[in-house]
Design a protein around this ligand. Structure first.
Ligand SMILES: Cc1cc2nc3c(=O)[nH]c(=O)nc-3n(C[C@H](O)[C@H](O)[C@H](O)COP(=O)(O)OP(=O)(O)OC[C@H]3O[C@@H](n4cnc5c(N)ncnc54)[C@H](O)[C@@H]3O)c2cc1C
Length: 508
C-alpha cells in the first residue's frame, strides 16, 4: 500500500540518534517519518553505561575533538533534562600498579620519554588528564576535580585498605532509554510520525524521491520521502545493503556488558577503577538499591546475534572490582545483567577498546539525498542530530540547544523542591515512588497523576495511571517496554506484578 503523504525526511532507527534527528528536524518545520523495528531504544541506546561524559579514557587516545565536544554537551544536556539526568562525582582511587593500555598514543609517548615507568600510569598523568577534563569543555555548573584522602571516609570504607588516596571529578548520569522516548515524544508533538514495530525493508530513488518499503505486522507499506537517514546503529551496514546507493560502510561491532548487584555502599558517588590490563571499570549507584558495574569491550561477530553478558564477561567484571573492594562479591550476587553493541567506525585499530568512539555523518548529496550515521555516543546525540539536519536542510536554523525535553523545564537545584511539591500534592504516594516519578517525568508528573486521589498499584509502585500515560504519550506497548525501558521497575517487580501488568495491558 502506498502512503499519500511525502515526508521531507524518512529516518531508519529509533535509538538516540534517530529520535534526536527526528526531534531536531520536526522542530525545524520539516515533515518527518521514523521507523523502529522493535521498541524505542531496544537497540544499543538502552544498554549504555548511561553517562553524559567527555570520556576521560579517550584523552589517552588524544581524541581531543570528541572529548571537547562531549564535555561541552554534558552541561547543555543536563540543563535540558534535569529530571532524567543528574550530576555525579567519580572517585578515582590511586595505585602504583595501574597500567596503560599499551596501544594508546599516550602510553607510547611515555614509553619513549620515560622508559623506566614500564607501562605504569603515573598519578601526575591522571592529574594532568583531569586538569584537561575540567578545562577543555568550558565547565560551569559541575564541581572541579579535587584530591581525597580515603582513610576514615565513606568513600574509602568500601575499598581495600591499600587505597589511601583518590581524585574526585564530575560527570553526569542519564536514563538512556527515557532520553530516547522523550526525544521521540517531543518529535511526535512537533508533527513527526513515529512508527514502532515497523521494519525498514528497502529503499530506491524513484522520480527524484525515495520510495521506502517498510513492514508492520506482516503487511508491507510504501512511503515516499525527499531525504533518507540511516540511523540504524549496529544495523547501519545491513540497512545500507537494502538501499540502492553506491554508499557502503564498514562498522565494527564491539559488545559491552554490565552487571547489577545489590548496592555495595551507601553514598551517592561513583567509582572509576583502573585495571592492571589498561582497561577501566565503573561502579555506579543504580535505582536506589543497586550498584551498576561495567563495562567490557569485546568484538561481536554478527548483528543478528543478540548481545548477552557471557559468564566469562561477568566473571571478568567481578574479578576486576574484587581487586578494589574490601569484601568480595561473586556471580551469585548478580541480580541482572545487560549487554549492548557499540556501532563503532572501523578505524583499523586492533583492540576493541582502541577503536574510535567518534562519529561520522556520510552524505550522498543530490536530488534525493542519503545521510548515514556511523558511530556516535549518547553524549553527542544532540550535536550529531543538529549536524545531520543542517546537512540536509541548511536553510532551517538549529534550535535544540537549551530547549528542555518534556517535563524538564526546571533547574537541577529545583529538583528537591519539585519532589516536595509532588509529595504534598499526592500524600498517598510512597516517598520512593515520588522520587522515581520526578526522576522519570519531571514537571509532567502532575499530568501523569492528574487529580487522582488514590492509585491502583500493579506492584513495585507502578500504577495504572502511569501505564496509561506511557501507552498514550511514550509509545509503550508491552510489559517489557514499561518494566525495562520506560522504567527499570523490572528489577523490583515480582511475577504477580508482571502478570497483573500483562492482564491490564491485555484488557485495554
Ligand atoms: C556497553 C556500552 C556502554 C556505553 N556507554 C555510553 C555512555 O556511558 N555514554 C555515551 O555517551 N555513550 C555510551 N555508549 C554509546 C551509545 O550507547 C551508542 O553510541 C548509542 O546508543 C547508539 O545509538 P544509535 O541510535 O546509533 O543506535 P541504537 O540505539 O542501536 O538504535 C538503532 C535502532 O535502529 C533500529 N533498526 C535497525 N535496523 C532497523 C530496520 N531495518 N528497521 C527499523 N529499525 C531498525 C534498531 O532496532 C535500533 O533500535 C555505550 C555503548 C555501549 C554498547
Amino acid at each position: 500500500m502506498m502512503q499519500d503523504q511525502i515526508s521531507d525526511i524518512f529516518i531508519i532507527g529509533g535509538g538516540v540518534n534517530g529520535c534526536g534527528i527526528a526531534r531536531d528536524a520536526a522542530g525545524r518545520g520539516l515533515s518527518v517519518t521514523l521507523v523502529e523495528q522493535g521498541d524505542l531504544a531496544s537497540g544499543t541506546s538502552s544498554a549504555s553505561t548511561k553517562l553524559f561524559h567527555g570520556g576521560l579514557r579517550y584523552l589517552e587516545y588524544f581524541e581531543l575533538r570528541l572529548v571537547r565536544e562531549a564535555l561541552k554537551e554534558r552541561e547543555v544536556l543536563l540543563g535540558m533534562m534535569p529530571h532524567i539526568s543528574w550530576p555525579m562525582r567519580f572517585v578515582l582511587p590511586l595505585s602504583p600498579d595501574m597500567r596503560f593500555d599499551t596501544e594508546t598514543p599516550a602510553a607510547r609517548l611515555l614509553a619513549r620519554v620515560m622508559p623506566w615507568m614500564k607501562g605504569r600510569r603515573p598519578d601526575w598523568m591522571i592529574r594532568l588528564g583531569l586538569f584537561l577534563y575540567d578545562h577543555l569543555g568550558g565547565r560551569k555548573e559541575l564541581p572541579a576535580t579535587s584530591g581525597l584522602r580515603l582513610k576514615g571516609t565513606a568513600e574509602g570504607a568500601v575499598l581495600d585498605e591499600r587505597f589511601a588516596r583518590a581524585f574526585e571529578y564530575s560527570d553526569v548520569w542519564v536514563d538512556d532509554a527515557r532520553l530516547v522516548s522523550l526525544n521521540a515524544r517531543d518529535a511526535h508533538e512537533r508533527g513527526a510520525h513515529v512508527l514502532t514495530r515497523t521494519r525498514f525493508v528497502n529503499a530506491a530513488r524513484v522520480d527524484g524521491l525515495w520510495q521506502v518499503t517498510v513492514e508492520c505486522d506482516g503487511v508491507n507499506e510504501v512511503h515516499r520521502a525527499r531525504a533518507l537517514v540511516n540511523a540504524a546503529g549496529p544495523w547501519v551496514a545491513e540497512a545500507l545493503s537494502h538501499v540502492s546507493t553506491g554508499m557502503r560502510g564498514q562498522i565494527r561491532l564491539v559488545r559491552g556488558s554490565h552487571i547489577v548487584v545489590p548496592k555495595l555502599y551507601d553514598h551517592d558517588k561513583c567509582y572509576f577503577l583502573q585495571g592492571t590490563d589498561g582497561r577501566i571499570c565503573f561502579l555506579i549507584p543504580y535505582e536506589e538499591d543497586f550498584t551498576l558495574i561495567g563495562t567490557t569491550d569485546a568484538d561481536h561477530s554478527s548483528v543478528d546475534e543478540r548481545p548477552e553478558a557471557s559468564e566469562a564477561e561477568q566473571a571478568y567484571l567481578i574479578e576486576f572490582v574484587n581487586s578494589y573492594l574490601r569484601a568480595d562479591i561473586s556471580l551469585a550476587d548478580v541480580v541482572w545483567s545487560y549487554s549492548g553493541v557499540r556501532p563503532l567506525q572501523d578505524d583499523g585499530q586492533t583492540s576493541a577498546s582502541a577503536a574510535t568512539r567518534d562519529y561520522e555523518l556520510r552524505l550522498e548529496a543530490g536530488e534525493a539525498p542519503l545521510l548515514t550515521v556511523f558511530g556516535g555516543k549518547i553524549t553527542t546525540y544532540r550535536k550529531l542530530a543538529e549536524a545531520a539536519v543542517s546537512k540536509l536542510a541548511p536553510e532551517h536554523a538549529p534550535w535544540t540547544k537549551g530547549v528542555a525535553l518534556a517535563g524538564g523545564d526546571f533547574t537541577v537545584s529545583e529538583k528537591p523542591a519539585l519532589e516536595a511539591r509532588v509529595a504534598e500534592a499526592y500524600p498517598f504516594i510512597e516517598p520512593r515512588t515520588v522520587r522515581r516519578l520526578v526522576r522519570s517525568y519531571g514537571l509532567d508528573v502532575f499530568e501523569v497523576l492528574g487529580d487522582c486521589v488514590a492509585l491502583v498499584d500493579l506492584g513495585a509502585g507502578l500504577s495504572t495511571r502511569e501505564v496509561d500515560w506511557l501507552i498514550g504519550h511514550e509509545f509503550a506497548l508491552t510489559a517489557e517496554d514499561i518494566l525495562w525501558r520506560r522504567s527499570k521497575l523490572g528489577l523490583r517487580m515480582n511475577a504477580d506484578g508482571v502478570a497483573a501488568l500483562e492482564a491490564y495491558l491485555a484488557a485495554r
